[in-house]
Structures are given as C-alpha cells and as structure tokens.
Design a protein. Sequence first.
Length: 183
Amino acid sequence: MGNRLSKIATRTGDAGTTGLGDGSRVDKDALRVHAMGDVDELNSQIGVLICEDIPAQMRHELVSIQHDLFDMGGELCIPGYTMITEAQVTRLDSLLAFYNADLPPLRDFILPGGSRAAAIANVCRTVCRRAERVIVSVGKSEPINDAPRQYMNRLSDLLFVLSRVLNRYAGGSDVIWEKERQR
C-alpha cells in the first residue's frame, strides 16, 4: 500500500459521497456502502470476540475469517472484482461440521446468552445476517458474485454453532427459550 494511508482526513467525503476502489464516487448511503459498512462492523465485532477467553484454535480460525471479511470489503468496494471464492465458503462448511459434531441436537429454540463470549458470538451472528441481507439487496440492483452472499450465510450459521461451543467451553450450556413461561 505504500503511503496510500498516510492521509486519513481527506475531506473528499464532506459532500456525502465516498470513493469506491475503482475510482468512482457514490453516495455514502448507497446499498453497496451499507454492505461494506456492515461487513466492517462484523469484522470489528469478531475482533471483540477474539479478545474473550476462547479456545486457541477458534481464535486462529476467527482471525482467518477476519482476513476473509477484509477481502469481502475489498470485493464490495470494487464493483466486478472477485476476492471471495468457493474455497472460502467450503472452508466454512468444514468448520461448521467440525464444531457441530460434538454438540447435542437442538430440541428447542435457544436464546442468545450464557457466557459473555457466546453472547458476543450471537451479536456477531446478527450483524452477519444484516450484512447478508444488504449484500442480497445489492445483488438485486447491480451485478455481484454469489460467493460473498454464500459466505455470509455460512458464517452466520458458524457463529451460531460457535456460540453453543463457547457456552460449553465456559462450563455452561444453551439458554433454552421457555415457551410456557409465566407472562
């Protein structure tokens, strides 16, 4: 990158537009910019999760996911460019299978919570779902590759599974939704 980031405050966005990676300028409230922002927010939330007491292997995998999300931001920033591939989606499928293998089957809905790390993983999951929805919306109005949408769909599933794993790692279990509770 050289000195590209040596000047952060450029004032070029003061009029409500931002530059994309292809040199074009779009309104800051464009769907593509929303998608980039939601992916960035997810990456930041995963950074918070990584600060928690989590298994070392999971930490390593989450850092790898952060790199993927940075790539996804790049792909969203440069219309027509590809950075997220089927191989990255397949890697998430493998992680899902690995982490889900030892979990008991779900018989009821569960609530976000339990341990702090599990709760943060659920916040990441909901931000991921929002980013996925915006990516779907971008794809309805302009060409976008399939892999980013697929990646976000798998990642939200993985974050749900990781929340369950993290509750067990902390010595707890799932927080079961009590549909018959007193109201």
